[in-house]
Design a protein around this ligand. Structure first.
Ligand SMILES: Nc1ncnc2c1ncn2[C@@H]1O[C@H](COP(=O)(O)OP(=O)(O)O)[C@@H](O)[C@H]1O
Ligand SMILES: [Mg+2]
Length: 314
């Protein structure tokens, strides 16, 4: 798979530096004032002041950090900074391709919700799933990965022995066992949320990746578990990533489809298929899924449409 370019690493590091630079500059000002050096050093005051103000604005927006500062609990304040989205973003961002101007395009799995991938067969669904699985395995914010491929497990066989892969299912009974284990675990997590005062699980996420979800949907027992996980799993820190070549209503009824916030359509044969996957059709011609080449996708992500070139894993 193509690895990141330097510019993209900086784009990810940027928010962290944005946090750190005001904190360091505040430290410099504080030491300079404390040691009486400020006048001698003739600090470039306007730039530093601007950075300090930016840093303070960030701290003010981070309520937990402010609470800890007011209690003079500096360790807790720093821990709160480390828990902000900027610090956690790395592990949640799964880079899967490039946008139209060649910049790395990532899916933030914490924000994306469940992901539905649909396309005519042969246009890159399994490749896209493998891309996501590879990134998920590398990510520090992803706890375990469950892989379900009812076509003898061929698409995911390269990941079968990875430590993070908790279940590798290639038959309906294995898929049932994997989904059942996920449901039991998700329910246990959900029960702990009210006591912790949380509405959604905070911490490493668990991912369930299903290739050709139609096979699963045909199995009554599996489809009930699948439906439960799509609708209730998110709050428990589960994310479902499912691919289908049959984006029809009998495979994915609209109630289940609504549980997928992020939709990715590769090439589709008809507008109807694209509409079933994406939910609605973007009106711009460059988003026409009938004209997409292999590996090109239209993604509906966080409410916007993107044209993405998916990395080839081979
Ligand atoms: N992002 C990509 N870039 C280039 N070629 C791709 C890409 N994705 C898929 N392909 C090509 O298309 C073929 C079919 O891809 P695959 O992921 O198996 O499709 P599907 O699962 O939709 O049937 C692959 O063998 C590969 O040659
Ligand atoms: Mg496939």
């Amino acid at each position: 798979m193509q690895r990141n370019s330097e510019g993209v690493d900086w784009a990810i590091a940027g928010p962290r530096l944005f946090w750190l630079s005001p904190i360091f500059s505040a430290l410099v000002v504080w030491i300079a004032i404390g040691t009486g050096q400020a006048a001698e050093w003739s600090l470039p005051s306007s730039g530093l002041t601007a950075l300090v103000i930016l840093g303070l604005m960030r701290l003010l927006r981070c309520r937990l950090c402010m609470d800890a500062l007011l209690r003079r609990d500096f360790a807790a304040a720093w821990a709160a900074v480390l828990r902000t989205p900027e610090y956690r973003a790395d592990g949640y961002k799964l880079p899967i391709g490039e946008n139209v101007i060649g910049r790395r395009w990532c899916i933030n799995i914490a924000q994306s919700g469940n992901i539905l991938v649909g396309a005519t067969t042969g246009y890159g669904k399994s490749n896209l799933l493998r891309c996501l699985v590879k990134r998920a395995i590398e990510s520090s914010e992803i706890d375990t990965v469950t892989l379900i491929d009812l076509k003898m497990g061929v698409e995911f066989s390269e990941f079968a022995s990875e430590v993070k892969v908790s279940h590798f299912a290639s038959t309906p009974s294995e898929a049932f066992a994997a989904l059942f284990a996920a449901k039991v675990h998700a329910e246990a997590r959900l029960k702990t949320l009210p006591d912790a005062g949380l509405r959604e699980w905070v911490g490493p996420l668990r991912i369930i990746v299903i290739d050709e979800v139609a096979g699963l949907a045909r199995d009554r027992a599996c489809s009930a578990l699948f439906e439960w996980l799509v609708n209730q799993g998110r709050a428990a820190g589960y994310r479902i990533i499912a691919a289908t070549q049959q984006p029809s209503v009998d495979v994915l009824p609209s109630l289940i489809r609504q549980g997928f916030d992020t939709r990715i359509a590769l090439h589709t044969a008809t507008d109807d298929h694209a509409r079933t996957i994406l939910g609605s059709l973007p009106d711009h011609a460059r988003f026409d899924t009938k004209r997409l080449r292999k590996g090109r996708a239209v993604a509906l992500y966080l409410g916007k449409f993107y044209l993405v070139s998916i990395s080839a894993t081979a």
